[in-house]
Each structure stands twice: as C-alpha cells, then as structure tokens.
Design a protein. Structure first.
Ligand code: NAD
Length: 494
C-alpha cells in the first residue's frame, strides 16, 4: 500500500486475489489494519494544506505526468487487470487510454478557473466566489473498471486541490497497487494514499473524522450504508451506483446496426458495466427481425481466455456474481420467460463463465427485468410505441443511462426530453466523454463525475466580499441616527 509516500505491507488480514478465468489464486494482498487506515487519513490531512496552496499549473503538471505514466505502463497494468478481473485484455488497454485521457483533461481544466467574480453592491467593492478543495477525499471504487473509475474521482479531486485516500476493490487491488508506484514517483508524500481491504476498510474511511468527502462507486446497497454513516458527521457524499439501463429500438432502424450495437451494449465486460444495457424495448414492427439478428450476433461471440486477442467475452468476476445472475435467469424462466441462446456455463472446466444469454417473454414483474443483473444477459420485450418504451424505461427506480436507436428527429426529441437518466445515448451506446458529465438520476446516484460538473463536485464554495473603502456604513449603530435622519429628511438613511 502507499501511506505518506512510503510503500508498506498491509498488516490486516490477507485477501486472496483469484484469476476469474482459472479460479486459481493469483496473489495474496495484505489488508490495511485500522491503525493503517488512520495513518493514511492522517497523511492525507497533513498534506492537504500544501497541496491546496500548490499553484494549479503545478498540480496540472503532476496530473499530466501521471497520464504519461499510465500510457507508458499500459501493457503491464492491462495485463494485471485482466488476470485479476477477467475483462479481455483489449478492453483493459482501452481502460488505460481513457484513464490517462481523464488525467490530461483535468490537468488543463483545473488551471482554467477557480470561481467567478460577481457584481458588487457598491463601487470600490469586489465579490469573489472562490472554489476551494474539501480537504481529504476518500475514494472507494469497485472491481469492474478499477483504474478508470479511480481516475474519474482522483483527477478532478486532485486538480481541485484535495488529497486522497484510495481504496480499490478486494477483487482487483493489484493494478491499483502497481499504479501506486506512479503516484509515489510523481506526487508529494501524503497527497495520494492507497489502502487495500474489504468492507471494513471502506467503512473505516467513511467514519474517519478527517475525511471530508466520500466519493464512492459501487452498489446501491453499499451506497446507502455509506450515506447513512456519513450523515452522522454531515459529510458530503458523491455516489455513483447501480443501474438497469434501457435500450430502445425504434421502427426506423437498420436492424443489423442496431443489433450489433445492442449486443455490444449488453455484453461488454460480460455485462458487468454500470451502464450495461439490461432491458431491451423493441417496437413491434421490427421486434422479430431484431430478436433474430441479435441472437445470431450473440451466438457468434467468442467466449474464452481474456488474454487472447480474439476473445470477445471473458469470465465473470466471481462465482457469487454468476450465482446471482443464474438465480435471476432461473426465476425468470420459472415465470414464463424463454432463453433463446446462452445462459449456460459452456464446456469450461474451471473459471466463472456464463455464455451470453438472450431472453424473451420478459416483463417488469421479473427481477431479471427490474433489478440490476450485472452479467451477460439481454432480456428483450416487445412494445407498441415509443411512448410505451419510455414509460416502461422510467418505471425503474434506477436512472443511470439509456440507449435509443433511431434517426427520426421527432423520436429523438421525445426520448431526450422524457427519459429520466443521467446519460441518454442515441445510436452510439455507452460512449462517455470526459468533457461531459456522467452520473445517475433517482437511485443511481448523487453528483456527477467528468466535465466541469465533475470538478465542481470536488470543490466547495466560499463567497469573499471585499470593500476597499473601509468607511463607516450608514446602517450601523446607533439606530438613533435613523430617527434623526427621518425627522430631518422625512426618509430613512439610505
Ligand atoms: P460494492 O458496493 O460491493 O463495493 C464497492 C466498493 O465499496 C468496494 O471497494 C468495497 O470493498 C467497498 N465497500 C463495501 N462495503 C463497504 C462499506 N460498508 N463502506 C465503505 N465501503 C464499502 O460494489 P462492487 O460489487 O464492487 O461493484 C459493482 C457495483 O458497482 C454495481 O452495482 C455497479 O452498478 C456499480 N457501479 C456503478 C458505477 C457508476 O458509475 N454508477 C460504475 C461501476 C460500477
């Protein structure tokens, strides 16, 4: 781990990291003891003042240096991540590219402004709206995109002048620990600290009095726990939680294009993406053709060794995750749904495999079509109109993202206005842009990452009012002057 610039062993219980493709232990990582969590927070608090006062261009240089470090170490980081997380190597290389790009973006944005000047009430006065860091940010991230989701928090938080204690998921700590070498080379001691471990370590960070803001990405249930604990100390929380993204296919589409886009949106990273398409609503006229094209496309996908360049889908991250998905599938088929393809473990001897499933005959009474699945499953329903699709999309408690395939402008405008989701993608599923905000409505989260919004969420606001004249104001004591003024002029003093 990295505490106050020093690489240290976690002295808490050891956690075994398993390769999901082989089910074999890959490494053992010591967790942080509670004393080490305290040390990490203390180190971040100790570095907070000087990092806040470090000129923004200098902070930007450090962020750019980190972007370069990630780019130079792409192959090694991506390989480690593939072996600990199971995501195909090609996707992990992309993850490193997006992460580096996020650090470069905030290197520039962090030095572009630090607030605004607003008109004052009188001449000789200045009203400044200053944006300041919160202090120590606890960044707690999941296993599905450990480096990217870390970057979405660290880049804006550091650019804003905060210091960090970062906790990766116990499933995927190794790539983050490798990256910590870069943190140690580039940043002053204490600015970024990394502690590993399970829920207790995360909970200790949330409770630590010197942590001012908790930036959390993970499940809704854990997000609620984080928020409950944080509320005792009235700490700020920034929550990126789960989703049940809808994918609407309208009746004007090119079926082949829509099916290929839909398959990618459903099965990317074995469906373990917070914005995976998990509910398909297809307009009646194109439903049969879409289901046929989608199923054919899903059956063509290569499921196998994530280190192989030709692999489309790797294993799921853990057996427990797969059990949950299989239970949802079984409950849905028990209630009348049909699996047209996949949904089985294939012929693999070891590893957490699940072949991409296509399911029809589904509706919102089924958990599979209502709760987050987080696995390679595409449940598809027929709808009569775009209005029905939008209504059913919005019936969810989640509001992270939504996809729509159409080129009809009237459909686009209707969907754009009506859909309750933090991101709405038309004809280009799951494409994020670091210059544009990302986050969830409803139960999918609080706050936004990326864009100028992402920087602002890691800053607090201070109004500074300056009067250069330093004269006596007419509205101060003694109030007897009011009565005198009133009787002399017939009006109160202005
Ligand atoms: P999780 O909630 O189990 O764990 C997330 C992180 O929180 C891990 O580091 C974990 O160790 C830590 N943690 C667990 N209990 C804690 C506690 N009580 N206090 C503090 N920290 C605690 O989630 P996961 O299984 O790692 O990730 C999958 C979930 O993440 C899915 O629900 C997915 O939708 C969500 N996710 C959301 C986004 C987004 O941006 N909205 C992105 C990716 C994943």
């Amino acid at each position: 781990m990295l505490i106050n610039g020093a690489v240290v062993e976690g002295t808490g219980p050891a956690v075994e990291v398993v390769n999901p493709a082989t089910e074999r232990p890959y490494a053992e990582v010591g967790s942080a003891s509670l004393a080490q969590v305290t040390d990490a927070v203390k180190a971040a608090a100790g570095a907070a003042r000087s990092w806040k006062r470090t000129p923004a261009p200098e902070r930007g240089e450090a962020l750019n240096a980190l972007a370069t470090w990630i780019t130079e170490h792409t192959e090694s980081l991506a390989t480690t991540l593939t072996q600990e997380g199971g995501k195909p190597l090609v996707e992990n290389r992309d993850e490193m590219g997006w992460s580096a790009s996020c650090f470069s973006f905030y290197a520039a944005l962090g030095r572009s402004e630090r607030g605004r000047v607003v008109p004052s009430g009188e001449a000789g006065q200045l009203s400044l709206v200053l944006k300041e860091p919160h202090g120590v940010v606890a960044a707690i991230v999941p296993w599905n995109y450990p480096i990217l989701l870390m970057a979405w928090k660290l880049a804006p938080a550091l650019a804003a002048g905060n210091t960090i204690v970062l906790k990766p998921s116990p499933y995927t700590p190794l790539s983050t620990l490798e990256l910590a070498e870069g943190f140690a080379e580039i940043f002053p001691p204490g600015v970024i600290n990394v502690v590993t471990g399970e829920a207790e370590v995360g909970a200790a960070l949330v409770e630590a009095p010197d942590v001012s803001l908790i930036a959390f990405t993970g499940s809704v249930d854990t997000g609620k726990k984080v928020m409950r604990t944080a509320s005792d100390q009235l700490k700020k929380v920034h929550l990126e939680l789960g989703g049940k993204d809808a994918f609407i296919v309208c009746d004007d589409v090119d079926i082949e294009v829509a099916a290929k886009g839909a398959v990618w949106a459903a099965y990317l990273n074995a469906g373990q993406v917070c914005t995976s398409a998990e509910r398909f609503y297809v307009l009646g006229d194109v439903y049969d053709d879409f289901v046929d094209a989608f199923t054919a496309e899903a059956q063509r996908l290569v499921v196998g060794d994530p280190m192989e360049p030709g692999t489309d889908i790797g294993p799921m991250v853990r057996g427990a995750q797969r059990d949950k998905v299989e239970a949802q599938l079984a409950a849905a088929t028990g209630s009348g749904a049909s699996i047209l393809a996949g949904g089985d473990r294939g012929a693999f001897e070891r590893g957490f495999w699940l072949k991409p499933a296509v399911v029809v005959g589904v509706d919102e009474s089924m958990e599979l079509f209502r709760e987050e699945t987080f696995g390679p499953v595409a449940p598809i329903a027929k709808v009569e109109s775009l209005q029905e699709a939008i209504g059913r999309t919005n019936s969810s408690v989640y509001g992270l993202g939504a996809n729509i395939y159409t080129q009809r402008l009237d459909y686009m405008l209707e969907a754009m206005e009506e859909i309750q989701a933090g991101t709405v993608w038309f004809n280009d599923p799951l494409t994020d842009n670091e210059a544009a905000p990302f986050g969830g409505m409803k139960s999918s989260g609080i706050g936004r990452e990326l864009g100028t919004e992402g920087l602002d969420d890691f800053r607090q606001t201070k109004h500074v009012h300056i009067d250069t004249k330093a004269d006596i104001k007419s509205w101060w004591y003694p109030y007897s002057q009011y009565a005198a003024h009133q009787s002399e002029h017939g009006t109160p003093p202005g």
